[in-house]
Design a protein around this ligand. Structure first.
Ligand code: FAD
Ligand code: NAP
Length: 314
């Protein structure tokens, strides 16, 4: 017979937002259940060194997430290795169906399912991820001091990444598949005027070039979509900035979304359009997308959920 578990707060996701929410909710004696999903620890488990988590000059992303899980568990949160396949927010208690067959019912839900960077899907891109291929200049730009880098994309993210990388790199080549950018005009203006930035229009990247021992990137192979010309662009770092996909699949037909799929929350809070449903971290955030901002929102979500439960309980 299928198992049903009831909890006051169900936290969906085990990145910085989910684990921080779990720490706060556990300390508020709400006895939260956190479901980890298929990427326990979230996006930071696919990176190496994190140098901007306050209190740690250097910490390995996976280690940091192991510590966050241990912290949440030590405070009394129940962390479950499972994946939520469907969520019904139409009435309370809310109902979440997990892959294992367990049905969770919850008085409040904290959505912390994050967002995933979109990738080109090239085998060579996959091979060099973490060894010169990145989707986060804020995280990895520092490693390219005095080196040449390539960014691909034509939106605000790509422009932001390219401009940020000029703080470290000697040359930034921005490759875009068309001859106009999507980015705001002011960003374009800054970009075109920047002496370190070179634009390569109408081009796609067909392969990331590199060495095996040590594993590192040496360039990218490009294809001009108008002329057909193939060209190798030398670089040490290749930044993919072709958009992020928020993991809002579970709620896309139940909650208002913005900016291409991010869950909308009330300004200054984590409340969504449905009372008792809160959202935190990259799932809601198309601008900052950092571990520390996600953790901050996780804290807010737990406090918001605690207040909500106190209000309905009395
Ligand atoms: P995520 O970390 O995305 O976690 C989402 C969680 O939701 C995962 O555990 C997943 O399993 C779970 N989930 C998804 N769907 C379901 C479901 N249906 N059921 C159950 N669970 C589900 N930020 C920094 O501040 N510093 C850095 O140095 C840094 N480096 C980065 C390097 C890389 C390569 C990447 C990709 C990102 C980096 N970031 C960095 C960004 C940072 O990782 C994110 O901002 C942060 O992880 C977002 O946290 P989150 O909790 O919102 O979601
Ligand atoms: P985006 O606006 O969707 O832009 C993605 C870019 O990547 C587009 O230029 C697109 O090309 C290109 N692209 C997509 N798939 C590609 C592929 N397979 N190969 C090559 N190029 C590909 O994404 P974003 O820049 O991440 O921005 C997302 C949202 O966040 C936007 O609403 C943006 O305004 C917002 N944002 C705001 C700020 C800010 O306010 N400072 C900063 C970052 C993001 P095409 O143009 O040809 O489609």
């Amino acid at each position: 017979m299928a198992d049903t578990r009831h909890t006051k707060v169900l936290i969906i996701g085990s990145g910085p937002a989910g684990y921080t929410a779990a720490v706060y909710a556990a300390r508020a004696m709400i006895n939260p259940i956190l479901v980890q999903g298929i990427q326990p620890g979230g996006q930071l488990t696919i990176t190496t060194e994190v140098e901007n988590w306050p209190g740690d000059t250097h910490v390995m992303g996976p280690d940091l997430m192991v510590r966050m899980e241990a912290h949440a568990t030590a405070m009394g949160a129940e962390v479950i290795s499972d994946h939520i396949s469907s969520l019904d927010l139409s009435k309370r208690p809310f109902v979440a169906q997990a892959d294992s067959g367990i049905t969770f019912t919850a008085d409040a839900v904290i959505l912390a399912t994050g967002a995933q960077a979109k990738w080109l899907g090239l085998p060579s891109e996959e091979k060099f991820k973490g060894f010169g291929v990145s989707a986060c200049a804020t995280c990895d730009g520092f490693f390219y001091r005095g080196k040449e880098v390539v960014v691909i994309g034509g939106g605000n993210t790509a422009e932001g990444e390219a401009l940020f990388l000029t703080n470290f790199a000697t040359k930034v080549t921005l490759i875009h598949r068309r001859d106009t950018l999507r980015a705001e005009k002011i960003m374009q203006d800054r970009l075109f005027k920047h002496p370190k930035i070179v634009m390569q229009w109408d081009s796609e990247v067909t392969e990331v070039l590199g060495t095996d021992a040590p594993s590192s990137v040496t360039g990218v192979r490009t294809h001009n979509l108008k002329t057909g010309e193939m060209k190798d662009v030398p670089c040490h770092g290749f930044f993919v900035a072709i958009g992020h996909a928020p993991a809002s699949e579970l709620v896309k037909d139940q909650l208002p979304l913005h900016n291409g799929g991010y869950v909308q929350v009330e300004a200054g809070s984590t409340r969504t359009a449905i009372p008792g449903v809160f959202a935190a971290g990259d799932l809601t955030d198309h601008i900052y997308r950092q571990a520390v901002t996600s953790a901050g929102m996780g804290c807010m979500a737990a406090l918001d959920a605690e207040k909500f439960l106190a209000g309905t309980e009395h």
